[in-house]
Design a protein around this ligand. Structure first.
Ligand code: NAD
Ligand code: LMR
Length: 443
């Protein structure tokens, strides 16, 4: 019989926590659990989901011990995995990450451009604090970190906690692979063998094969030139044309400029920032959509479960995107040697790219961690874009470490989404003011 494991979810008050709990409970056969803990530094927020999560766990398997706590020692003692999804500053700060850049005519997005830089400056300290708790109370534990902005956080862990058992991962490729599987008519994304390289929220698929080994890339590129990631006329007919629909459709413009690969949809922020700004409502951004949508729905579903004392009829559902977390934990715990996209130090994997860049590439995961696959040399267009973006991320981390205004100004100036050093400086001054108490003080 497999050993039963203990996990802590850091950022327990996240709107993603209930769906991750449901995902864990749905996979107990491959990842058996003896303990699930929630940890957050905001008790009131965590309490919005904590009771309901306890009820869900008890209904599925009452032998699983459950604790929701704000005490780091209680949270991090006797745990094998920490699933980390914290948002330092929470959604109100995300709203400012999005709205302040838009005031300056720049992309306002939680991970890309100035908003991502501001969020990175907040996230680094929170993630490091959680790594330190983990190492103090459970030194053998692995942290599976998907706190954003993942690239900046990953660079900070490389610089500041190089020997820690932290694996940085993102669900975005999973979402794209679900769309790809739908488009090519394959029942599961797991029936696709993919090659991909890039940075987080900044990469390209170079091969997508079905299980017979047939290359599907040319057919997909033709599809994407017309529909992006939307599933043809059937997909176009949907009533729900939300911001994700627009983003998925817009991917056709990303293929237009680079027609030999399948792009990550986030590249729209770097390649078409003018279009994005023109088509964003500066008074109602993605943060508002999330607050009025997912946050309201999840918290009210949890309140309902708490009131009823059971989950019958609940709208809460297993998060299919969260499946990658179970895959990763299972690979580490039981040596499955699964191939997964992780954000890791390049160290020669991309041949013509710096060794010390944090890149997103396929890795084989087993009980000793991960082994990156060799990618080879990449073309000038992708290489140029990636080098510029890596420099931005490195400068942000250096600015955080050295408390350097100058380096953060350089980071913003270098971002493909910011038109000049003048705008970068105005942005920096506004973001710094809004992030007082969250960023280290810059000199
Ligand atoms: P949220 O604001 O709903 O929840 C985040 C929680 O983190 C809050 O309850 C907050 O109190 C807590 N928190 C903040 N600082 C903390 C600290 N130092 N220690 C412990 N807890 C802390 O946020 P959300 O929208 O659910 O997103 C959570 C995180 O997951 C974000 O970083 C988001 O960008 C990220 N995310 C990642 C992926 C991915 O796959 N990479 C996908 C979606 C969301
Ligand atoms: C998005 O904007 O949808 C993503 O960044 C994830 C989220 O928080 O909703």
């Amino acid at each position: 019989m497999k050993n039963k494991l203990s996990v802590v979810i850091a950022g327990g008050g996240s709107t993603y926590t209930p769906e991750i709990i449901l995902m864990l409970l749905d996979n107990l056969d491959r990842l058996p659990l003896r303990k699930i803990k929630l940890y957050d530094d905001d008790e009131a927020r965590q309490n919005k989901v904590a009771k309901a999560c306890g009820i869900l766990i008890n209904e599925k398997d009452p032998t699983i011990e459950y604790v929701a706590t704000t005490d780091p020692e209680e949270a991090y003692t006797d745990v094998d995995f920490c699933l980390a999804h914290i948002r330092v500053g929470k959604l109100p700060m995300r709203e400012l990450d999005e709205k302040i850049p838009l005031k300056h005519g720049c992309v306002g997005q939680e991970t890309c451009g100035p908003g991502g830089i501001a969020y990175g400056m907040r996230s680094i300290g929170g993630v490091l604090e959680n790594i330190d708790y983990m190492e103090k109370y459970s030194p053998h534990c692995w942290m599976l970190n998907y706190s954003n902005p993942a690239s900046i956080v990953a660079e900070a862990t490389r610089r500041l906690r190089p020997n820690s058992r932290v694996i940085n991962i993102c669900d975005m490729p999973i979402g794209m692979e679900h769309s790809i599987a739908d488009i090519v008519g394959v029942s599961s994304r797991k029936d696709l063998d993919i090659r991909y390289y890039g940075l987080n929220h900044f990469g390209w698929y170079t091969s997508i094969k079905d299980k017979s080994g047939k290359e599907l890339l040319p057919e997909l590129i033709e599809h994407m030139k017309k529909y992006g990631f939307i599933n043809g006329e059937k997909g176009m007919a949907t009533e729900n044309k939300d911001s994700w629909f627009e983003t998925n459709l817009f991917a056709k413009h990303l293929v237009a400029i680079e027609p030999t690969t399948i792009p990550n949809t986030y590249l729209k922020y770097y390649l078409y920032p003018d279009y994005v700004v023109e088509h964003t409502n500066p008074n109602y951004t993605r943060a508002n959509e999330v607050i009025d949508g997912r946050e309201t729905e999840v918290f009210s579903a949890c309140a309902e479960i708490q009131k009823n004392g059971h989950s019958k009829g609940t709208k809460l559902a297993v998060g299919i995107h969260a499946e990658f977390i179970v895959d990763l934990a299972t690979a580490l715990a039981f040596n499955t040697k699964e191939r997964m996209l992780l954000i890791v130090e390049n160290k020669g994997a991309i041949q013509n790219f710096p060794d010390d860049a944090m890149v997103e590439i396929p890795c084989i995961v087993g009980k000793d961690g991960y082994e990156p696959l060799a990618i080879g040399a990449i073309p000038a267009f992708q290489k140029g874009l990636m080098e510029q973006q890596v420099a931005v991320e490195k400068l942000v981390v250096e600015a955080w470490i050295e408390q350097s205004y100058q380096k953060l100004w350089q980071a913003l100036t270098l971002s493909q989404t910011v038109p000049s050093a003048t705008v970068a400086k105005q942005l920096l001054d506004d973001l710094m003011e809004a992030n007082k108490g969250y960023w280290p003080e810059l000199h």
